[in-house]
Design a protein around this ligand. Structure first.
Ligand SMILES: CC(C)(COP(=O)(O)OP(=O)(O)OC[C@H]1O[C@@H](n2cnc3c(N)ncnc32)[C@H](O)[C@@H]1OP(=O)(O)O)[C@@H](O)C(=O)NCCC(=O)NCCSC(=O)CCCC(=O)O
Ligand SMILES: Cc1cc2nc3c(=O)[nH]c(=O)nc-3n(C[C@H](O)[C@H](O)[C@H](O)COP(=O)(O)OP(=O)(O)OC[C@H]3O[C@@H](n4cnc5c(N)ncnc54)[C@H](O)[C@@H]3O)c2cc1C
Length: 664
C-alpha cells in the first residue's frame, strides 16, 4: 500500500461519527441510500456504459460516446431494471448517469415543457414518442440576439387561415435560435418559442412543435438550417445548436394549446394566465441546483479534501515530519466552508422543491396564488447557489496546486460544468432583479398579506441574546440584514422616483442595492432552512454535532466575508466580528479530523468523478502517471510534429555536439 493510501486509511480511522449514518441523512433516509446504491451499481456494473476517460477523448468522441450511452440507458437499461418515472429508483438514476450524457434538454427540459404547455391530446401524442426516443426534441427559446429579455425574441409564427398552418420565420440573423442543447445534431423536432401573429396582430411568445429534420434520413427539412454552434467552455459532449427557419409550415394543432389556442377562424383564446408561460422556467430552476451545482461542488470537495489529506508539503514544526496540506489552517479555511455550502444549499433546496410540489398541486386545482413567491424564491436560489458552487469549485481546484490544473484531477471538468449554471436557465443578475421586484412589492405590504417566508421583512428588528454564535442568533443576524437591505433598496427606488425619475430609471439607478438586498434575502433563507433542518433531523448525537458545526460554519464564514455589511447596518459590533472570526477558526480545527469522513459520506464512486486526485484509495501519484500514459499525445514514442518541424534543428544540434566531442 502506498504512503498516500495509508494516510487516507489513518484519516478514516480517526473519524468520530458514523459515515454510513451521515450518508443516510444526506440521501434522505436509509432506504434511499439502499435504492441509490442499487441503481448506481446497476449502472456501474454494465460493460456497455464503459468509455475511455473523458480527458483522453476529442470533442467528437465525447459527443458520440455520450449519445451512445444515453440512448442505451433510455431505451434498454431503465426498463430492464424497473426504473420507471415516479419510482424512487427513477429519482436516483441521475446520480448514476455516466460523467457525460446528451439528451439532457430532450429529457429534462422538453418533456416537462410538453406536460405544462400541451393539452391532454397533445401530451398523449408527443409524450410516448419522446419518452421512447422516437422523436428527439429540443427546447428552442434563446436566440442569437436575445436570451434574457424574452419579449425581445424575434422568431415569428404567423397564422395562415387558408391552409390552417403557422408559418415559422426567423426574420434576421439575430433571430435564429442559438444555444439550445441537443439541437445541433440529435434533435428532429424543436419546441420553438415564437411570437404568435394572427391577422397582423402580435400575441407574444408561444410554444410551437416544429419538425426540423426528416424522420427517415435525419436531413434538415426544407427551410431549416441547423447545426452545432462549435466548441465552448463546458458542455463539450453536448450539441448545443443553431436553428434558422424560413417559411417552415406546421399544422395549427402544433401550437401547444393548454394555456392559449388559435381557433380555425383565427380567433385567439386565452385559457390561463400569461405567467404560466414562464412556469416551465420555474420548474427547471427549482430542480437544477442539486444535480448541476450542489453535487458538482460535493465532488470537488471530495477530490480536494482527499487529496489535501495525502499531499504532504512543508513543515508545521521546524525539524518535524512533512505535514498533509490539510493540516494548515489556511487550507482548512479554503475547503471546509465549501463542505458547509454543500450541506446548506442541499437542504435549503429540498425545502424549495417541496414548496414547488405544493404549488403544482394547487395549480392543478386552478389556484396559482403562490406563483409570485415560488418564482422569487426559485430565481434567487438558482442564482445564489450557482454562484456559491462555482466559486467553491474554483477554490477547491486552486487548493490542489499544480495538479488542480490537470484534466486528470477531474476539477477543470467540474468547473466547466458548474459555471454555465450562472447563465443558463436565466442569467443570474436578471434573476436577482426578478426577485428584487417581488421583495420591493412585499416591503410595502401588511404582514397579513404576506407569505410566511417573507414576514420578517415587515416585522420589527429583534436583538440577539446570549451566545452570539448560536444558530438562533446567526439566523437573526441574517434576517435583520436582509430586512434592512431590502428596506434601504426600496427607499432608494422611492427617493429616486420622488425626485422625478421615471420608475424604470429609478429602478436602474438602484439596481446595485437591489441585487445586494436580494442576495441578503436568499442567504437568510438558505441559512434559516439549513438551521431548521439541523434542529429537526433525527440522528445520533455525533452526526447532529457535525451538522450543527457545518451550519454554524456556513453562517460564520459568510458573516466574516462580508462583516462590513453587518457593521454598516449596526447588526454587529467590531467586538462581535472578532468573536465570529475566532469562532470560525475554532470550528475549522474541530471539523478537520472528520473532513475525510464527511466527504466519504457523499458516497461518490470513483467512476462518477474520474479524478486521479480524488479516488477513494488516495493513490494519487500512480493514478496521475497511469493517466498521463493514456494521453493520445503519447501514442507513439516520437510524435510526427517533432519529426516534421523540430528534426532538422535537432540534427544540427547533434552534429554540433558530436563535432565538439570528436574535437576533444
Ligand atoms: C422574466 C423575464 C422573461 C423578463 O420578462 P419581462 O416580460 O420583461 O418580465 P417582467 O416585466 O420583469 O415580469 C413580468 C411579470 O412576470 C413575472 N414573472 C417573470 N418570470 C416569471 C416566472 N418564471 N414565473 C412566474 N412569474 C414570472 C414577474 O414577476 C412580473 O410579475 P409582476 O408584473 O411584477 O407581478 C426574464 O427575466 C427571464 O426570466 N429571462 C430568463 C430567460 C431564461 O430563463 N431562459 C432559459 C432558456 S432555457 C435554458 O437555458 C436551458 C439550459 C440548459 C439546462 O437546463 O441544462
Ligand atoms: C451551456 C449553455 C446551455 C444553454 N442551453 C440552452 C437551451 O437548451 N435552450 C435555450 O433556449 N437556451 C439555452 N442557453 C441560453 C441561455 O439560457 C442564455 O444564454 C441565458 O438566458 C442568458 O441570456 P443571454 O445570453 O441573452 O445574456 P444577456 O442577457 O445578453 O447577458 C449579458 C449581460 O447583460 C446583463 N443584463 C441583461 N439584462 C439585464 C438587465 N435587465 N439588467 C441588468 N443587466 C442585464 C447580464 O447580467 C449579463 O451581464 C444555454 C446557454 C449556455 C451557456
Amino acid at each position: 500500500m502506498s504512503i498516500e493510501s495509508n494516510l487516507l486509511k489513518k484519516e478514516r480511522q480517526n473519524v468520530t461519527f458514523s459515515v454510513e449514518e451521515l450518508t443516510n441523512v444526506w440521501d434522505g433516509g436509509k432506504e434511499d441510500t439502499e435504492i441509490r446504491r442499487k441503481v448506481v451499481k446497476v449502472f456501474g456494473d454494465d460493460p456497455v456504459l464503459k468509455s475511455p476517460p473523458i480527458c483522453t477523448m476529442t470533442r467528437e468522441e465525447r459527443y458520440t460516446e455520450a449519445t451512445r450511452k444515453c440512448v442505451y440507458i433510455f431505451r434498454n437499461m431503465l426498463q430492464k431494471n424497473g426504473i420507471y418515472p415516479g419510482s424512487k429508483e427513477f429519482e436516483h438514476f441521475w446520480n448514476a448517469m455516466p460523467i457525460e450524457y446528451t439528451l439532457l434538454i430532450h429529457m429534462g427540459a422538453f418533456i416537462p415543457c410538453i406536460m405544462s404547455f400541451g393539452s391532454e391530446e397533445q401530451v398523449a401524442k408527443w409524450l410516448p414518442l419522446s419518452a421512447n426516443l422516437n422523436i428527439i426534441c429540443t427546447y428552442a427559446q434563446t436566440e442569437l440576439g436575445h436570451g434574457s429579455f424574452l419579449r425581445g425574441l424575434e422568431t415569428e409564427a404567423t397564422f395562415d387561415r387558408e391552409t390552417q398552418e403557422f408559418v415559422i420565420n426567423c426574420p434576421k440573423v439575430s433571430s435564429m435560435k442559438w444555444w439550445p442543447g441537443d439541437m445541433g445534431l440529435n434533435a428532429n423536432h424543436a419546441l420553438v418559442m415564437a411570437n404568435l401573429i394572427v391577422g397582423g396582430k402580435k400575441y407574444g411568445m408561444h410554444p410551437f412543435m416544429v419538425q426540423i429534420r426528416d424522420l427517415s434520413t435525419h436531413m434538415p427539412l426544407p427551410g431549416v438550417t441547423v447545426g452545432d454552434i462549435g466548441s465552448k467552455m463546458g458542455f463539450e459532449a453536448i450539441d448545443n445548436g443553431f436553428l434558422y427557419m424560413k417559411n417552415v409550415r406546421i399544422p395549427r394543432e402544433n401550437l401547444l394549446n393548454k394555456n392559449s389556442e388559435v381557433k380555425p377562424d383565427g380567433t385567439y383564446v386565452k385559457k390561463a394566465s400569461d405567467r404560466l408561460m414562464y412556469g416551465s422556467m420555474v420548474n427547471l430552476r427549482v430542480n437544477l441546483p442539486k444535480s448541476q451545482a450542489i453535487d458538482v461542488l460535493a465532488k470537488a470537495c471530495t477530490i480536494a479534501i482527499r487529496y489535501s489529506a495525502v499531499r504532504r508539503q512543508g513543515l508545521l514544526n521546524p525539524g518535524g515530519a512533512e505535514v498533509a496540506v490539510l493540516d494548515y489552517t489556511l487550507q482548512q479555511h479554503k475547503l471546509i466552508p465549501q463542505l458547509a455550502t454543500v450541506y446548506a444549499t442541499k437542504f435549503a433546496g429540498e425545502g424549495i422543491i417541496k414548496k414547488h410540489q405544493a404549488f403544482l398541486q394547487n395549480m392543478a386545482k386552478g389556484n396559482i396564488s403562490d406563483l409570485a413567491e415560488i418564482h422569487a424564491l426559485s430565481a434567487s436560489f438558482k442564482a445564489s447557489v450557482s454562484e456559491q458552487c462555482t466559486e467553491g469549485v474554483e477554490v477547491c481546484r486552486r487548493a490542489c496546486g499544480g495538479h488542480g490544473y490537470s484534466q486528470a484531477s477531474g476539477l477543470p471538468h467540474l468547473l466547466s460544468k458548474v459555471t454555465p449554471t450562472c447563465t443558463y436557465e436565466g442569467e443570474n443578475t436578471v434573476l436577482y432583479l426578478q426577485t428584487a421586484r417581488y421583495l420591493v412589492k412585499c416591503a410595502k405590504e401588511k404582514a397579513a398579506d404576506l407569505p410566511e417566508s417573507i414576514l420578517f421583512l415587515v416585522q420589527p428588528i429583534q436583538n440577539a441574546r446570549g451566545n452570539i454564535t448560536s444558530l438562533d442568533n446567526l439566523a437573526l443576524y441574517f434576517k435583520n440584514r436582509a430586512a434592512l437591505c431590502v428596506q434601504a433598496a426600496s427607499k432608494k427606488v422611492n427617493q429616486m422616483s420622488n425626485k422625478g425619475l421615471a420608475m424604470h430609471e429609478a429602478w436602474d439607478k438602484s439596481s446595485v442595492q437591489l441585487v445586494h438586498a436580494t442576495k441578503a434575502y436568499v442567504i437568510q433563507y438558505i441559512f434559516d432552512a439549513f438551521a431548521s433542518f439541523v434542529k429537526e433531523v433525527k440522528c445520533s448525537k455525533s452526526v447532529k454535532e457535525i451538522l450543527e458545526d457545518l451550519c454554524c460554519l456556513y453562517g460564520l464564514h459568510y458573516i466574516n466575508n462580508c462583516s462590513g455589511d453587518f457593521l454598516k447596518l449596526g447588526i454587529l459590533t467590531a467586538h462581535h466580528c472578532n468573536i465570529a472570526e475566532e469562532a470560525e477558526i475554532a470550528l475549522l480545527e474541530k471539523l478537520r479530523p472528520n473532513a475525510v469522513g464527511i466527504v466519504d459520506a457523499f458516497d461518490f464512486t470513483d467512476s462518477s468523478m474520474e479524478s486521479c486526485l480524488g479516488a477513494y484509495d488516495g493513490n494519487v501519484y500512480e493514478r496521475l502517471f497511469d493517466m498521463a500514459k493514456l494521453s493520445p499525445l503519447n501514442k507513439e514514442p516520437v510524435h510526427q510534429a517533432s519529426y516534421k518541424y523540430l528534426r532538422p534543428y535537432l540534427l544540427e544540434g547533434r552534429d554540433i555536439l558530436e563535432g565538439a566531442k570528436s574535437k576533444l
